[in-house]
Design a protein around this ligand. Sequence first.
Ligand SMILES: *[C@@H]1O[C@H](CO)[C@@H](O)[C@H](O)[C@H]1NC(C)=O
Ligand SMILES: *[C@@H]1O[C@H](CO)[C@@H](O)[C@H](O)[C@H]1NC(C)=O
Ligand SMILES: *[C@@H]1O[C@H](CO)[C@@H](O)[C@H](O)[C@H]1NC(C)=O
Ligand SMILES: *[C@@H]1O[C@H](CO)[C@@H](O)[C@H](O)[C@H]1NC(C)=O
Ligand SMILES: *[C@@H]1O[C@H](CO)[C@@H](O)[C@H](O)[C@H]1NC(C)=O
Length: 365
Amino acid sequence: MLLAAPMVNLGGKTLLQVTSHDESSGPRLIPFLLIKMINKSRGKILGVLALFLVMVWYSIYREDSFYFPVQENNKTTCPLGEVEKKAAQLIGNYTRDHPLFLQLKDYFWVKTPSLYELPYGTKGSEDVLLRLLSITHYSLPESIQSLKCRRCAVVGNGHRLRNSSMGDTINTYDVVIRLNNAPVHGYEQDVGSKTTMRLFYPESAHFDPRTENNPDTLLVLVPFKPMDFQWMEAILNDKRRVRKGFWKQPPLIWEANPEQVRILNPYYMEVTAAKLLNLPMKQPRKVKQKPTTGLLAITLALHFCDLVHIAGFGYPDSANKKQTIHYYEQITLKSMAASEHNVSHEAVAIKRMLELGLVKNLTYF
Ligand SMILES: *[C@@H]1O[C@H](CO)[C@@H](O)[C@H](O)[C@H]1NC(C)=O
Ligand SMILES: *[C@@H]1O[C@H](CO)[C@@H](O)[C@H](O)[C@H]1NC(C)=O
Ligand SMILES: *[C@@H]1O[C@H](CO)[C@@H](O)[C@H](O)[C@H]1NC(C)=O
Ligand SMILES: *[C@@H]1O[C@H](CO)[C@@H](O)[C@H](O)[C@H]1NC(C)=O
Ligand SMILES: *[C@@H]1O[C@H](CO)[C@@H](O)[C@H](O)[C@H]1NC(C)=O
């Protein structure tokens, strides 16, 4: 920190050296002139005080509005560093060093081959990835990259969003993450209309990606199996579609701009499974359990947001067999029974995050 107290004893020369790192010559001259003034007149104490004030002004001027996020906009102050601190308590070896999306260079000049196969790694899928990643992008848009504070809302598809009137609140977040084919049209009042990122896999893809997203929404493929890469590559390169290997027919025509498409780094699926659900990475064939896209989205947010709020998470009590689980379709918990997800296990993980204050719920959980 530039304003450390011991500087008072250092004298003008050292202070000049400190400021001389900066390019602009104007502010460099000011301390120099001040020192001359001090030597002539009132004595050192007053001068040092003036210098100190100049340094305060200068550091604020250089850091822009960084110290005053409240003035920058009218939202809550940014809790910088808090998500990292709390996430590290919950997630062993927590790090923000892993890229969000897969990029071509990691497969072109393979440096660290993946330990796992999909959904936890890319082992064995390198060839199709080479073709797919050469037509997709991997960067975060500048509008997100440049945010001083990333306030994120992860919107689950839960029935609790019905009549919630949360739409306007959800739209105020910098980053709104949505899941699968959850619609926005006709539900704006309850779920909002902004979609920064949508996480999906082929079977959960909306048939028309343009209707329920914004023109700049990132369409993030969550790869569960090698077929998922093949589906996306066939769509984007307009190659012969593969129909076998899916548990539900994915779209054969899917008109998205390749510039919007990203491939999620399976690292986040690994962290969700291994660290949040304590699932074994190599499971015997019969008892396969995988995280839901919802829990995965929360995990992803914990790795790049400064604030994570969740809405529309949670399932009805398992005794409540007639209660629909989504805000937009009439399906019940029964339909989840055949899936490879354990929603009660995931609920425990989300409760821990809420208790820790790592995430906050916007709707009752
Ligand atoms: C901040 O927003 C609230 C409501 O959103 C409003 O009542 C208040 O006047 C705003 N404050 C400033 C300083 O703009
Ligand atoms: C953290 O990383 C070290 C070294 O890679 C590993 O031995 C250890 O098991 C990891 N801990 C957790 C909780 O993943
Ligand atoms: C939502 O509100 C409408 C109108 O007030 C009501 O008919 C409907 O039952 C409510 N839906 C839910 C899920 O509460
Ligand atoms: C789901 O998780 C719960 C709690 O962790 C566990 O008791 C239960 O056996 C799991 N169900 C299945 C089908 O694995
Ligand atoms: C969020 O969940 C906590 C308990 O986990 C509950 O006390 C609180 O009322 C919930 N907030 C809302 C807005 O539902």
